[in-house]
Design a protein around this ligand. Structure first.
Ligand code: SAH
Ligand code: ZN
Ligand code: ZN
Ligand code: ZN
Ligand code: ZN
Length: 516
């Protein structure tokens, strides 16, 4: 989720769907089984298209699905590129070398040995992020090693391991107790018995902790995560090494079967999927993956349950609302602000510098989800859902309209509610920040420049005149955008330098640099 905070997510949310803002890279969803995607160490790669402004020809290429930084995985291949046998063999060897040193089974065996050791012999190497058996001590003699690892510590690996927050690949932000407790209570109130945790290691461990401490709680959990370090702490039936951007199980069929069994147990009754993906990732491949998990669950349903949906909590920033609802129209966004331990900026309420922008998207009817009244959330009978303390029901919109938790104001010219910091601009003919540059920063179609569709859906696909116009429009927008970004950077109390620097590092852009 690191890249969220630099705003690249906002580009996707506010700009053209699935394109990376001005980077000119779009995801291509190819499902031609005759040409399977080549593999990187993170499983099948994704097909992207490089879109040149104003030109129709595009070159398609494969790149890593999981890593948004070339430093983490530098896989690159043009779609039509033919590789020599030698290069293919080298790639295979590289992919193998990048896999974890221990098999899933070996990890389990090590763990079983570890728990048998007396407390004084249970050590954890902080440098290597690894539980040590006596045979390993010598190798880690010079490292920072933690001793006396208790059973309680083993049950909270997310506290023992250091979060991989700088790594864009993982972008690990762990729930604060407040949010984790809220989610767990909610899951049991709603009567769930199994939770498929996709990228939620802390939720997973707290569910298990609760279940082992409290006989009444019969909640089970299975964690799917790309962070292999977790395999040291869990048996095969409670953790799978998994890539959620391409639905890849690193341990193959056996792991896939663990997931399938979990979803289909009790004919699929009582299970929910909870996911908190890295926010820098693209929504589209995530949606494709979640649909595959849904399909897996559906296969275990009896015929008469065919209309049912797999209950899902998808935790993501509020500005992705339209994007998520595009793929999952039945999803609603809740007002509850999700907050994190290791993110100083975005905390709930007054402790953080800003309010958290992270929300829960769900297909469970919002009126069934009670938000904590002691935190000020209240029920709006008209909207039939719990809303933030300052979210007011607008009689003109007939909705509680605030998305960010602040009180929004109704603009009669725009005929909708807008952020409190916005004013109506008579040049742009809509509301915007007072110091915006007119004509807005939005990116449209690369061919004709219109805002309501993408290049791939452009009706004017071969009109040279329009193409030239588009180039001019795009250039104009780009320069407006740059001006706008500086303003946004300031108003968000976030240096624009960081935003821009990070954005340049964003995967598709670095890939482009590689291409050019
Ligand atoms: N708030 C959650 C953690 C969310 S951070 C909690 O406290 O439980 C995002 C999580 O997604 C991390 O655990 C990270 O390892 C995982 N992740 C990142 N990229 C992934 C990928 N491609 N596939 C699967 N999991 C991934
Ligand atoms: Zn990769
Ligand atoms: Zn309302
Ligand atoms: Zn309104
Ligand atoms: Zn207005």
């Amino acid at each position: 989720m690191a890249t969220l905070w630099d705003g690249s997510g906002a580009v996707e949310a506010e700009g053209s769907p699935s394109s990376r803002g001005s980077s000119g890279v779009e995801l291509v969803l190819s499902s031609d089984p005759a040409t399977p995607a080549p593999l990187c160490p993170h499983g099948p790669t994704l097909l992207f298209v490089k879109v040149n402004q104003g030109k129709e020809e595009t070159r398609r290429f494969y790149a890593c699905s999981a890593c948004r930084d070339r430093k983490d995985c530098n896989f690159f291949q043009w779609e039509n590129e033919k590789l020599s046998g030698a290069r293919l063999a080298a790639r295979e060897a590289h992919n193998r070398r990048c896999q974890p040193p221990l098999s899933r089974m070996q990890c389990v065996q090590r763990y079983l040995k570890f728990v048998e050791l007396p407390l004084s012999q249970r050590k954890f190497c902080q440098r290597c992020q690894q539980l040590l058996l006596p045979d390993d001590w010598e190798k880690h003699r010079e490292h920072q090693v933690l001793g006396d690892i208790s059973v309680a510590q083993l049950k909270r690996p997310s506290q023992l391991l250091s979060p991989l927050e700088n790594k864009k690949t993982n972008a690990q932000y762990l729930f604060a107790d407040r949010s984790c407790q809220f989610l767990i209570d909610l899951l049991s109130t709603l009567g769930f018995r199994r939770v498929l945790c996709v990228g939620t290691p802390r939720l997973h461990e707290l569910i298990r902790l609760k279940a082992s401490g409290d006989k009444k709680s019969n909640l089970k959990s299975l964690l799917l995560d790309i962070d292999f370090r977790y395999s040291q702490f869990y048996m095969e039936d409670s953790f799978c090494h998994y890539n959620m951007f391409n639905h890849h199980f690193f341990d193959g069929e056996v792991a896939l079967e663990v997931c399938r069994t979990f979803l289909q147990e009790d004919r699929g009754e009582g299970v929910i999927m909870v996911t908190d993906p890295p926010f820098g990732g693209l929504v589209e491949p995530l949606a494709v993956t979640f649909k595959k998990l849904i399909a897996m669950w559906k296969k275990g349903q009896s015929q008469d349950n065919n209309h049912k949906e797999l209950p899902i909590f998808w935790i993501f920033p509020y500005f992705f609302e339209s994007r998520i609802c595009q793929f999952f129209p039945s999803f609603r966004m809740l007002d509850y602000q999700v907050d994190y331990d290791n993110h100083a900026l975005y905390k709930h309420g007054k402790t953080g510098r800003k309010q958290s922008p992270v929300r829960v998207f769900t297909n469970i009817p919002p009126n069934k989800i009670i938000l904590p009244v002691e935190e000020g959330y209240r029920f709006c009978p008209l909207c039939q859902r719990y809303v933030s303390p300052e979210n007011q029901h607008c009689e003109h919109c007939n909705l509680c309209t605030s998305k960010d938790g602040r009180k929004w104001n109704h603009c009669f010219l725009c005929k909708k509610c807008v952020k409190p910091s916005w004013i109506h601009c008579s040049i742009c003919n809509h509301c915007a920040l007072p110091d915006h540059s007119c004509e807005g920063p939005k990116e449209g179609c690369f061919i004709c420049g219109e805002l309501d569709h993408k290049r791939s859906a452009c009706p004017n696909i071969s009109t040279a005149k329009k193409v030239n116009k588009a180039v001019r429009k795009q250039k104009q927008r780009k320069s407006n955008k740059m001006k706008m970004e500086t303003t946004k950077g300031q108003s968000m109390n976030h240096t624009s330098v960081t935003r821009q620097k990070k954005r340049r590092e964003s995967p598709s852009i670095s890939l482009l640099l590689n291409v050019q």
